[in-house]
Design a protein around this ligand. Structure first.
Ligand code: ZN
Ligand code: ZN
Length: 333
């Protein structure tokens, strides 16, 4: 039996992995076989992000900083929903190769790792929704694990390139995915630079570099993380089930506001390929409206519609008396 790596070696590996996400001396397959367990080294970035918010005590606030934090929350929530989810994970619309690279850069500002890691895990989620292989099912693993615990687990760290062969043919995407710290770092430095610039050129705003870094990066990114994580946790627990899907996905208006339309999660699990998640006009889907705006600029095109048969099926079953407890029934049998 091979000797387990020493503590020093493990720390060195973790440090290199923060720079090179594909650094995997144990071998990717070995990591994928590991049990679900919190890896405390992987908790450090999350702890840093959350504790960084406390910096507001020292740097104070200004209307500009608060408005920027809110704006960057929504601009980057769109990056997660409209780009990482509806483009890289599901290819619900088309773009050029340059457009795709631009979208990947935008997505990277969300600080949710690279587009290929994100898409690979999400496709796996759709293949195994709420079964025992689902990395973040609240039904199988509990709320806390589905919300944040799963990301800290060693087995969920590597990018499973077998899930995303359509994306791995683009070396520029593989590069951004491998060195997934580059975009967030430049983004954070840019925010700091903006704050420092405003301090010098517009002192009346009461903005400083550290203040803008805390509000525009730490607070905004922490809120963005939890907003996004709600789709993994809450969207399989809270809301209505219009469609009798083979999982516990639900539709929630509240989550759709927080996550720009992704709260129509039961719709999405019923039909993943459409550009819109709000299937009917009254289902508010800000990501879709944002994508329409982008389409007018010519950056993206080729939206995929919801088939009529699915829309009619939804009309027949809504309001749903469908309280399908498939997973719990399976567990108790
Ligand atoms: Zn889901
Ligand atoms: Zn999806």
């Amino acid at each position: 039996m091979p000797k387990p790596p020493s503590r020093l070696r493990r720390i060195a590996t973790a440090l290199v992995q923060w720079i090179d996400a594909d650094h995997c001396p144990e071998g990717r397959d070995k990591l994928l076989e590991k049990p679900d367990k919190v890896d405390w080294v992987r908790v450090i970035p999350f702890a840093t992000l959350h504790f960084g918010c406390l910096g507001a005590i020292w740097v104070g606030w200004s209307p500009f900083a608060v408005v920027l934090a809110i704006a960057l929350y929504f601009v980057r929530m769109f990056a997660v929903t409209g780009i990482y989810h509806r483009y890289f994970s599901h290819k619900t619309y088309s773009t050029s190769r340059v457009g795709q690279f631009f979208l990947a850069l935008w997505g990277g500002t969300a600080v949710q790792r690279g587009p290929l890691w994100w898409a690979g895990h999400h496709r796996h989620h759709h293949r195994h929704s709420d079964d025992e292989h689902d990395a973040h099912s609240p039904v199988v693993h509990g709320f806390l694990w589905s919300h944040i615990g799963w990301i800290t687990s060693k087995r969920n760290f590597p990018t499973d390139y077998s899930q995303i062969k359509d994306l791995t043919k683009y070396p520029e995407l593989v590069f951004l995915n491998r060195f997934d710290l580059i975009v967030p770092l430049i983004f954070a430095l840019g925010i700091y630079g903006l704050g420092a610039g405003l301090e010098a050129w517009a002192p009346g705003l009461g903005v400083t570099g550290p203040q803008l870094l805390i509000w525009g990066f730490f607070i905004s990114t922490t809120a963005l993380f939890h907003g996004t994580a709600c789709i993994n946790s809450m969207a399989h627990l809270m809301g209505k089930r219009r469609f009798k899907t083979d999982d516990d996905s639900r539709n929630s208006f509240i989550l759709s506001i927080i996550c720009l339309g992704e709260g129509w999660h039961n719709n999405h699990h019923r039909y993943q390929s459409s550009t819109r998640n709000g299937f009917y006009w009254w289902e508010i889907d800000p990501t879709y409206y944002g994508l329409k705006l982008l389409a007018w600029t010519g950056l993206i095109w080729g939206f995929k519609a919801v088939p009529q048969t699915v829309l009619e099926e939804g009309r027949r079953t809504d309001p749903p008396e469908l309280k399908v407890e498939r997973t719990r029934a399976a567990q108790s049998s």
